[in-house]
Design a protein around this ligand. Structure first.
Ligand code: EPZ
Length: 444
């Protein structure tokens, strides 16, 4: 099992390019099930979750090709074509969905395109129960019959006229990112108009809307959580470049402040990170941004910091609030702040598993009540062997290792590999002494 060995303290300095967004790529990959045409996706990061989704799509009869790596080192385009002859299996098996919950995103497209689907219930994970009741309620609103048996969701619209979902008005009971994506991908092929209210507004939703429009879908987005969809009989292939990964970029920018460094992330969209950048300015960092002028130049963000870090409270919230996926990283930052700061996690019910691991490194964090912690700093951290429990907790521990004195060994970094492309090489290029070890031997 791979580990990351980090020698601290260090200072991050330099420039890195953001990878494509994992959480925009996953729905984009699922969207290929909506058409027989070829869907070409650029800027998809080569991380474990993408590999798992690719295997799942292959199981569902999707042919995949991968272009060679581009000149700048960007992964080659993915070329996907779902075979429409109906011979492919229409079941997303537990073995593939359990390791990557986003496999549930195949439900909406399969149902809309083939009239039926069997998808394993994704089950919970380290950060929470992760129910999908809103996904299912939305599909039922479109006329689907949904049953759950033996751990699988079985959805069908074969009882409807033309074996086709019917447009409807549906209001999500809670803002859900993949729930919005699943129901939206079903609605685009429904007969008639759908009005989806209280939708998630994360940038990744906007990217999926852009892709679906380029495939011929008719979607109006009011930018405030209502999506109006005119269903079409079919969609065609398209070519699309997924947006940069705001959570990856944000992780490195937090590291710049923690290590009193100077990091510029290029190929990123500053507007997507507005809540984080506002926080980093509040704690005293010098943040400068440049908006891009188009598809090939998304823009850049530079964060520099020296001296004290201000202690500022945090409350996570759905977009445009502060993203829950940067909460653990921010908590690591607050261990180095001068004073006490509270961190309130409002999106997931169990997203403080990084707290005991940070405590083992010397952080002073007290969980006052469920999902509400107080961090006192600055605490001198010392290197330790720590264990990652989920993707973003892993990133938090790596950041802590960068400022800790001595050696930190982060175990179970397969969590990291799910969502961070070549993290150790990106950190090395920023001056960190980090290496990946596999069963004790140091990997390249
Ligand atoms: C997406 O997960 C992201 N994953 C998560 O990123 C991210 O943390 C999360 O959105 C919130 O931004 C992908 O996009 C692949 P939700 P998702 O449905 O869609 C409750 C990462 O680290 N809920 O928006 O599964 C749910 O329990 C991952 O990259 C229901 O109650 O999250 C949670 O409390 C982690 N019923 C809240 O809504 C439902 O049917 C938000 O969950 C669905 C969700």
């Amino acid at each position: 099992m791979d580990k990351l060995r980090i020698h601290g303290p260090c200072r991050l300095e330099g420039t890195l390019r953001a990878s494509g967004a994992k959480n925009a790529s996953l729905p984009a990959l699922a969207a290929c099930l909506l058409t027989d045409g070829e869907v070409v996706l650029h800027h998809v990061p080569r991380v474990r979750d993408i590999v798992t989704m690719g295997k799942l799509l292959g199981h569902l009869g999707v042919e995949r090709e991968e272009d060679p790596v581009a000149d700048g080192g960007e992964p080659g385009a993915l070329r996907l074509r779902a075979n429409g002859n109906g011979s492919a299996p229409d079941e997303a098996p537990y073995e593939l969905v359990k390791t990557m919950r986003a496999g549930v995103l195949t439900l909406g497209p399969l149902l809309a395109r083939r009239g039926h689907a069997r998808v394993s219930l994704p089950g919970g994970c380290a950060i929470g129960v992760r129910p999908v009741d809103q996904h299912l309620a939305g599909l039922e609103a479109l006329g689907a019959e949904v049953d759950i048996d033996h751990g699988y969701i079985h959805a069908s619209c074969e009882h409807l006229p033309g074996r086709r979902l019917q447009g409807a008005r549906f209001r999500f009971g809670t803002r859900t990112v993949t729930g919005t994506e699943n129901v939206l991908m079903a609605a685009v092929l429904a007969r008639g108009t759908s009005v989806l209210e209280n939708c998630a507004c994360e940038p990744e939703i906007g990217d999926l809307v852009a892709l679906l429009r380029s495939m011929g879908a008719r979607i109006d987005d009011d930018g405030a959580g209502t999506l109006t969809v005119e269903g079409t009989d079919s969609l065609h292939g398209a070519e699309h470049r997924v947006i940069p990964d705001r959570i990856e970029a944000g992780t490195y920018l937090v590291g710049a402040v923690m290590t009193r460094g100077d990091v510029t992330v290029v190929g990123t969209r500053p507007a997507d990170l507005a809540p984080l950048l506002e926080k980093l300015r509040e704690v005293g960092a010098d943040v400068t941004t440049r908006d891009g002028d188009g598809a090939d130049d998304e823009g850049s963000i530079r964060v520099r910091h020296d001296g004290e870090i201000g202690a500022r409270d945090l409350v996570t919230a759905p977009h445009p609030g502060f993203p829950t996926d940067l909460q653990a990283q921010y908590m690591a930052l607050m261990t180095q702040a001068s004073g006490a700061a509270t961190v309130s996690e409002t999106v997931f019910e169990n997203r403080f598993q990084h707290v005991p691991e940070l405590g083992r490194m010397g952080a002073d964090i007290r969980i006052v009540r469920a999902n509400y912690a107080r961090v006192r700093g600055p605490s001198p951290l010392s290197g330790a062997t720590v264990m990652a429990t989920d993707l973003r907790a892993s990133a938090c521990l790596v950041l802590a290792g960068l400022v800790a004195s001595g050696e930190t060994l982060v175990d179970r970094i397969y969590h990291l590999d799910r969502g961070y492309e070549r993290m150790e090489s990106k950190l090395q290029r920023l001056g960190a002494r980090v290496e990946r070890t596999s069963n004790g031997s140091t990997a390249s």
